[in-house]
Ligand binder design. Structure first.
Ligand SMILES: *Cc1c(COP(=O)(O)O)cnc(C)c1O
Length: 364
């Protein structure tokens, strides 16, 4: 196997989910496993975690199909936008459709009536994300039509926060109020509302207990990472990833001999420069050039010179670092927050960007 690999601690994920469950009880928990389980490796993560989750959440149809192919029989919500021509596969794989428009809802109802099969549907309400969903101010006719869809199982209704991890929760609270108004439409009409109301992503699980409703949808938190610096840490979770590699080359570099493409860095005196077989094609962002840090034998060292596609260099000064020594790129004191800061992005992108070329090794 490659010396560069990602170690995934599965029991950590289970513990994170348990901690979230205790915090939100009696609400149910949907484990969000989109984007290859936030880079952790869905083929191992999903079957391991499914017995402890009430629902699984994915972004796109293909991710839902993959979970069925893995033999998972828990309910699965495809949360993202869907085209009408994709609906037959929701029947085929028993996936729950996010009905984000009246057209999609009616297309599903029509297909359900002609195939005489039931389809689980969650109505998607846009309360202020402006991504997908029926606006709360147009929800009344949408809900009315949904009540007439006799071939569908309208199991849920949901919305999504745009700012629940922020320090200023004004917009999140406004969204929550709008969602509550939509839920009141059912009461006004004495209509049974869908049994699963859900809205909370990680930020809202931490910051807004009033938003937990019947189910919560933790993504980043389930992976042990907080959604940014400002979210209150009301649930303890721990990261599950350790990104490891090994020194493949070790040499002394002198002043006047700049390191790597573009000659962006050079030593002030003779120093030992070691080479790590990992680069931006593995998801180690090129933008972290001259900013990243790694751990070698429990000491932190700076990355130097342009990060290449497949390799990068580290300045270990006068230390005796040799070929074969272990290098830690993430974990052991180096956090996803650190990488996000060096790369000018967020923790989500750090994790989901670790490419398929990096083998995943699972601790069970
Ligand atoms: C990704 C996603 C989540 C999970 O968000 P986190 O911030 O990672 O907890 C929840 N709901 C929807 C609709 C999503 O797209």
């Amino acid at each position: 196997m490659r010396p560069t690999y990602l170690e995934v601690n599965l029991p950590r994920l289970k513990q994170n989910l348990e901690n979230i469950r205790v915090h939100v009880a009696p609400a149910k928990v949907m484990a969000v496993v989109k984007a290859n389980a936030y880079g952790h490796g869905v083929d191992e993560v999903a079957p391991y975690i499914a017995p402890y989750a009430d629902y699984l959440g994915v972004a796109i149809l293909e991710e839902g199909i993959r979970l069925r192919e893995l033999g998972i029989d828990k309910p699965i919500l495809v949360m993202g936008g869907t085209l009408p021509e994709q609906i037959p596969q929701f029947f085929q794989y028993d996936l729950t459709l996010a009905a984000s428009s009246l057209d999609l809802l009616l297309a599903a109802e029509q297909m359900a009536s002609s195939t005489r099969k039931r389809l689980k549907v969650h109505l998607k309400i846009d309360t202020g994300m402006e991504r997908i969903g029926v606006h709360e101010y147009e929800a009344e006719p949408f809900i009315e039509k949904s009540l007439a869809c006799s071939h569908l199982n309208i199991e849920g209704i949901f919305s999504h926060f745009a700012n629940s991890e922020a320090r200023d929760l004004t917009h999140a609270k406004l969204q929550l109020e709008r969602f509550n108004d939509v839920l009141h439409i059912y009461e006004k009409r004495s209509a049974p509302r869908p049994p699963i109301r859900h809205m909370a992503n990680s930020g809202a699980i931490l910051n807004l207990p009033e938003s937990h409703f019947d189910m919560v949808r933790p993504g980043v938190m389930f992976y042990g990472v907080y959604p940014g610096r400002d979210a209150q840490r009301t649930v303890e979770v721990k990261p599950a990833l350790t990104w490891r590699s090994k020194v493949v080359y070790s040499k002394i570099t002198k002043p006047g001999r700049p390191v790597s493409y573009g000659s962006l860095w050079q030593a002030e005196g003779p120093v030992r420069i070691v080479t790590i077989p990992c680069g931006y094609a593995d998801g180690y962002f090129r933008r972290m050039t001259n900013q990243a840090r790694v751990v070698i034998k429990e000491k932190i060292y700076p990355q130097v010179g342009r990060i290449c596609m497949d390799q990068f260099m580290v300045n270990v000064g006068d230390d005796d670092v040799r070929v074969g020594d272990e290098v830690i790129l993430l974990g052991d004191g180096i956090t996803a927050e650190d990488l996000a800061e060096w790369a000018g992005t967020n923790e989500y992108e750090v994790m989901t960007n670790i490419s398929a070329r990096v083998p995943r090794v699972f601790i069970k």
